[in-house]
Design a protein around this ligand. Sequence first.
Ligand code: OGA
Ligand code: NI
Length: 351
Amino acid sequence: MDSVHEIAITGQNLPAKYIYTDSINPSQDPSIPLPLLEIPVIDFNRLATPSIGTGEELAPSELERLRSALSSYGYVMVTNHGVESSLMDRVRLVFKQFLALPMEERLKCQKEADGFEGFGSDMMVTKDVPVVHDFSARLRLTTWPEDKRQMKYWPEQPHDFREVLDEYSSKLLVLHDATLGAMARSLSLDDDDSAFLNAVREGGSISARFNFYPPCPTPDRALGLKPHSDGTVITYLLQDGEVEGLQVLKDEQWFRVPIVPDALVLHVGDHLEIMSNGEFKSPVHRVVLNPERQRMSVVIASFPEEGIQIEPLEGLVSGEKPRLYRQVKYSVVDQVGYYWSGTRVTDDARI
Ligand code: OGA
Ligand code: NI
């Protein structure tokens, strides 16, 4: 079965493949804790409300605050998103229950070595390049479109896992679509609210990724996820309710992302950065480990259709805003390659 999980259960020392020989924070004094990020909070309900006030006192609308946050850093906390906190708790609970199952039960959902779906560690594609592995395991399941669901990887235990994921993913689908619509509106793509959404709705997909980070005896020498930006369109992250771990790179410094109960973290993905002609930034982030406590998170992320060409939307290219990216073909395998080699599709696409 998945080695990360077994190491965590047996408490054995970390094998060399997970160990960074340089400190993971070479530029920082480890005795000084990293600062907490001041992450902009967006009230989803207010995105449809125009600016309040008149003249000079005009407060920026929520839509303008969204645009500004995504243009500078690429992430926000979203509140009033329409997902009840009881459902968020149930999502966390069914995954915890899945992790606690006997090994033979978890094995039923095991990912194949060269596959994408199921439970295990991510596929490796750069076999010739030595890389440090992430000390984490994930259960990845396509949730939309429904006819692309591979039910054999959907846990049958705990008994309500499928029902909870079905409910959560349908709520997140509504939120996802509304978010991409608001993003298009915030850039005044008025005549076409669905400009970004089309990239997902026309042949793309949405998947859930349940991340599990075991306690790690040497958290200064290993990472849950290495620094990366998401090779997605957008990513919605449900954090662990108690254990921190997500960090983002801002102005070349790492910041801890706080736990805000009931909020969801929204990240711009690399493909949205390209489609928005760089108006929105795809943030670099990583996951650090905790010496005593396990952590989990649940990601819902959207992807373009395999093989489709991604490029800046015409409406966002002008004399003042020259085209920043060339056309790039979306490929899952390329995305995995970028991840392992610590590179990004946006670097390849940049003109
Ligand atoms: C990811 C990711 C962050 C987290 O799955 O791409 O960045 O907190 N997860 O688990
Ligand atoms: Ni990520």
